[in-house]
Design a protein around this ligand. Structure first.
Ligand SMILES: O=C(O)CCC(=O)C(=O)O
Length: 270
C-alpha cells in the first residue's frame, strides 16, 4: 500500500532518511527492470555501464555490470514509469517543491553471488569534493530516492544508513587501493551503528545528501536491483551550477522527457 509516512519531514530532519512503501507498483517495477536489462544487453548508446570491480574477478555479460547511469534521460520507460510516475511526483512535490530539476539516475544491479558492496560515503562529497566548492551548500538540498526492484534485505546486500549523522559535517573521503570509489575513512566507519533498510520491491528509501550510507556485497542466490534518482529544487540550480539539468516537475506538473537539445552532456557521477 502506497504511503509516505505522516511524519516523513520529522524523520528526514531527525534521522536523515525515511521509507516510502510502494512508490511504484509491481507492473512499473517489472517494466523498469526489463528496460534496465535491455540497456545492459544492448549496451545502449548514451547510458554509462559501470563495470568497475575491486576483487579482480573476471565476469562476463550482465553480471559484470555494477551500475547503469542515465544522465541524459534517454528512456521513455524510465522517465514515464519511474521518474515521473504519480507517486514519485507526489513525493518530489512534498519534499523538493513544485519546480524540480533532475540531476541524474544510477541503477545498481547487484547480481546474485558476485555483487560487490558499496563503501560508506556521503553523496554530497561525491558531488562537491572540495570544501571551497561554492556549489556544496546548494547541493546539500539535493534529494536521493532509491527504489527497490527486488525484495532487499540483509542477505542480498540492502542499504544501511546511520540515523542522525546527516546533522554532522561533510567528511573528507579517501580513495583506498581496494575501494571501488572514495569512501569515509574506514576507522570512522567502524565507530557508527548502522541501520539496515530492508525493502520490498517497489518501496523506496529517501535520504539526505549528508547521510552516511553503504551496502554490503550480495553472496545470496537472489539479485538485488535498485536505482537512485537525484533531484534538486529548481531555485538551487543556479547556485549548484546545474541550471542545465532538465525539469522533472514544473508548476507542480510532471514534465515530458527532455528532447535531445535540452539534454545536458553527461558528466559527474550521476
Ligand atoms: O545501491 C547501492 O548499493 C548503493 C547506492 C548508493 O550508495 C547511492 O545511490 O548513493
Amino acid at each position: 500500500m502506497f504511503a509516505i509516512p505522516k511524519d516523513a519531514e520529522a524523520q528526514f530532519d531527525e534521522r536523515g532518511y525515511f521509507v516510502v512503501r510502494q512508490i511504484i507498483d509491481a507492473d512499473a517495477a517489472q517494466a523498469v527492470r526489463s528496460e534496465i536489462a535491455r540497456i545492459i544487453a544492448e549496451d545502449a548508446a548514451g547510458f554509462q555501464l559501470d563495470r568497475s570491480r575491486i576483487d579482480g574477478a573476471e565476469l562476463d555479460g550482465a553480471d559484470a555490470v555494477r551500475a547503469v547511469r542515465d544522465g541524459n534521460f534517454l528512456s521513455d520507460v524510465l522517465w514515464n514509469r519511474w521518474l515521473t510516475s504519480e507517486r514519485v511526483v507526489a513525493l518530489q512535490r512534498r519534499f523538493v517543491g513544485d519546480d524540480v530539476r533532475i540531476q541524474g539516475t544510477r541503477f545498481f544491479t547487484k547480481p546474485a553471488r558476485v555483487g560487490e558492496g558499496t563503501p560508506w560515503h556521503q553523496d554530497i562529497w561525491l558531488w562537491a569534493r572540495d570544501p571551497r566548492d561554492s556549489t556544496r551548500k546548494y547541493k546539500t538540498r539535493h534529494l536521493s530516492c532509491w527504489v527497490a526492484l527486488d525484495d532487499v534485505d540483509l542477505e542480498n546486500g540492502c542499504l544501511h544508513m546511520v540515523p542522525g549523522i546527516h546533522k554532522g559535517e561533510v567528511i573528507e573521503h579517501i580513495q583506498y587501493a581496494d575501494g571501488v570509489h572514495a569512501e569515509i575513512p574506514r576507522d570512522l566507519a567502524t565507530e557508527v551503528i548502522p541501520e539496515p533498510v530492508p525493502l520490498h520491491a517497489g518501496d523506496a528509501v529517501v535520504w539526505h545528501a549528508k547521510m552516511w550510507h553503504m551496502s554490503p556485497p550480495n553472496p545470496s542466490e537472489r539479485t538485488r536491483w535498485g536505482g537512485v534518482m537525484v533531484t534538486l529544487p529548481a531555485e538551487m540550480a543556479e547556485g549548484a551550477g546545474q541550471a542545465d539539468r532538465p525539469f522533472l516537475i514544473a508548476n507542480g506538473k510532471a514534465c515530458d522527457r527532455p528532447n535531445q537539445s535540452q539534454r545536458r552532456s553527461a558528466d559527474g557521477r550521476r
